[in-house]
Design a protein around this ligand. Structure first.
Ligand code: 13P
Ligand code: SF4
Length: 329
């Protein structure tokens, strides 16, 4: 069985070069195309603010997967990264799934190549595999249960205590889950570049400057950052916490795209991006940020790039996603 996702041949012009009339109102055009195509635009919190604002559903990985499962639109436009659009396609084989930029990958997904993971799994034949949704369809096909950062702890707790578990691909999320649940997990050594460039020493300095501020962090961060956090959770949970907490200042340790929605929900509060290592320009996700409003418009206009995959791979990857959705109702 060929477990390699097919990527459609895309004419170069669709990607970036196709001319757009400078006076075209992209917001109006995207709204018009949504109606014409009966399309829904799903966007992750790490997208640029304009894309977040034009989306029909803005959410974290779990919310977007659920939305992809229940939508009655004919076309799903996924403003996120490749593995997210793949998940939408796995759940909707008969719908067209479009991505603004087919090259929008994920360092975490790339840190776990399927041939190496197959060997790793073979070394632990008595373990089941729980994989974070930030992985390729090929890894999902080798997995028993998928999880997201919203439901990972709950899913691990539902697995019998004597059952050995391989957790892939994020070693930081895995280490956090081990601490929270007290379970021993066999970790694949992957990580996300965006969440690994926060600097502990500078974070401590920032806390001294803003003594009232709470640190809120994503569990993809290293333990050296998480140990300073007042709250740890998925993007959606971080957003919820910042809206409901009485605190007025937050140091935010995740991709700064999330701050756009935090600030909209709580205009009176101050959100400070967590400091990063010297030499790093910023901690925007280079994959997420490949998508632009222009590319979003062009992919709807051209109905390409489209995500497709072999049916055998889709069926194999579907099982662990369905298991996750059942276990996190
Ligand atoms: P969540 O939105 O599920 O927290 O995931 C964060 C992330 O890194 C997505 O790529
Ligand atoms: Fe992947 Fe990290 Fe970017 Fe999320 S933020 S898409 S995990 S590289």
């Amino acid at each position: 069985m060929n477990l390699v996702t097919q990527r459609m041949e895309v004419p170069e012009t669709i990607d970036t070069i196709e001319a757009i009339q400078p006076d075209l109102d992209l917001f109006d055009e995207i709204e018009r195309l949504k109606k014409k195509l009966n399309a829904v635009v799903l966007a992750h919190y790490y997208q640029e603010p304009d894309i977040q604002d034009i989306s029909d559903v803005l959410g974290d990985s779990l919310q977007l997967a659920r939305e992809a499962q229940k939508t009655d639109a004919d076309v799903i436009v996924f403003a996120g990264v490749h593995f997210m659009a793949e998940t939408a396609k796995i759940l909707n084989p008969n719908k067209k799934v479009l991505l603004p930029d087919l090259e929008a990958g994920c360092s975490l997904a790339e840190s776990c190549p399927a041939p190496l993971f197959r060997q790793f799994k073979a070394r632990h034949p008595d373990a089941i595999v729980v994989s974070y949704i930030n992985c390729t369809a090929e890894i999902k096909a080798l997995t028993d249960i998928i999880c997201t950062s919203s439901n990972a702890e709950d899913i691990i707790r539902q697995i019998p205590k004597d059952q050995k578990i391989i957790f892939a691909p994020d070693k930081n999320l895995g280490a956090y889950l081990m601490k929270k649940t007290g379970r021993e997990l066999i970790l694949w050594p992957g990580s996300c570049i965006v969440h690994e460039i926060f600097n502990e020493k500078k974070l401590v300095g920032l806390k001294v400057r803003y003594p009232q501020a709470e640190v809120i962090a994503h569990p993809e961060c290293q333990e050296s950052i998480l140990r300073h956090a007042d709250f740890v959770g998925s993007t959606k949970k971080m957003l919820g916490y910042s809206s409901t907490s009485a605190t007025k200042q937050f140091i935010v340790a995740t991709e700064p795209g999330l701050i756009h929605e935090m600030q909209k929900n709580s205009p009176e509060k101050l959100f400070i991006p967590a400091p990063i290592n010297d030499g790093c320009a910023c901690n925007e996700c280079p994959h997420m940020r490949l998508n632009t409003l222009e590319k979003l418009y062009l992919c709807m206009k051209n109905q390409a790039p489209e995500l497709t995959m072999p049916e055998s791979l889709r069926l194999a990857a579907l099982k662990p996603i369905e298991r996750m959705l059942e276990m996190s109702k």
